[in-house]
Design a protein around this ligand. Sequence first.
Ligand code: SAM
Length: 341
Amino acid sequence: MSTLLQQLLLENPSETLWIADENSKPLLQSGFSFDGDLLSNRWDIARLAEGKVRRSFFNDFRLEEAERHYRRIVYPVSKEKAVVHHVVNECHQALGIGGELALLGGKQSGIKTYAAKVASCFDSEKNLQKHGNEYLSLNPLHSKPAPEKQLDEDNYPELRPLEKLGGLLSKPGLFGWNKIDTGSALLAGTFAEHRPADSSNVVDLGCGYGYLSTQLATLGDFHFTATDNNAAALIACRENFHQREVRGTVVPSDAGTELGDNIADWLICNPPFHQGFQVEGDLTSRFLRNAARLLKKSGSALFVVNEFIPLTRKAEPYFGGAKQLLREKGFCVYRLEGPQA
Ligand SMILES: C[S@@+](CC[C@H](N)C(=O)[O-])C[C@H]1O[C@@H](n2cnc3c(N)ncnc32)[C@H](O)[C@@H]1O
């Protein structure tokens, strides 16, 4: 983790809000302590931070929940423009006048463009410093920016029904937010044929806005436990369940770790492909391990993965058998049976 980030956090921690992303995990290991506040839209990060920071917030970048003005907000930018613009727009409300927004990012992060935009929004000089492979942009807030100076955040907080998703609600920042993922569509296409005899309780692991569950719900009466790590995904999935009258609960978890054992007859999953820093082993394996634990002994799972992920081998420690059901368009769908939890 960057020493630059650590320096920024250490300078005046009690007056600092750290907007933490997936790359924060290595810093948040045991022994770490930060006397300021942390906010993340990722459940695993917000949970990991508990007890190590003064207050840890898990939400969809609602900075007002902190209910205070900070002297500094530290924000490693992401490539998702609507999200960054939204955070910047929220920042100047959470910063006291005289406070500063510190943006950090690597060469490919878009930080140069963001730095220019924030300078124009804050009516300040563009400020960009290079520190090794990283850039830092410090933006002092001299006065409340005029409303017309706000960055275009594409109405970030609002969910919107999308024709391409068959009317499901979604928004920028979510996985495949405005088009159905090819892998997910292939997986959903196998539901009717490969539905197990007893499939009343279904876990949707890494549910996103709820595409897989809402597709399956059209085929019968199921009870879903849908779970994801991302705050916006949970909000969207809940709302889609509500609108489509899908029975079930939508809960945060880190790869299903917080859910109880043996709760599912059937589990459906399009696992995330990678994460920023691999500090806790392979993400696909964690999804597989938890899938086996969540399933009843007689239960089974359907997974879709990129075709070059050796799922059969990865599933071996956790399932009695893995059968490839199809290989198409760069993806493979597998049925996993005999959970070994
Ligand atoms: C490939 S997407 C699939 C989304 C959805 N099931 C679909 O088919 O459209 C993977 C999902 O896993 C979620 N995810 C990533 N890391 C996670 C974690 N550690 N725990 C739970 N969910 C996670 C992502 O937020 C994303 O929604």
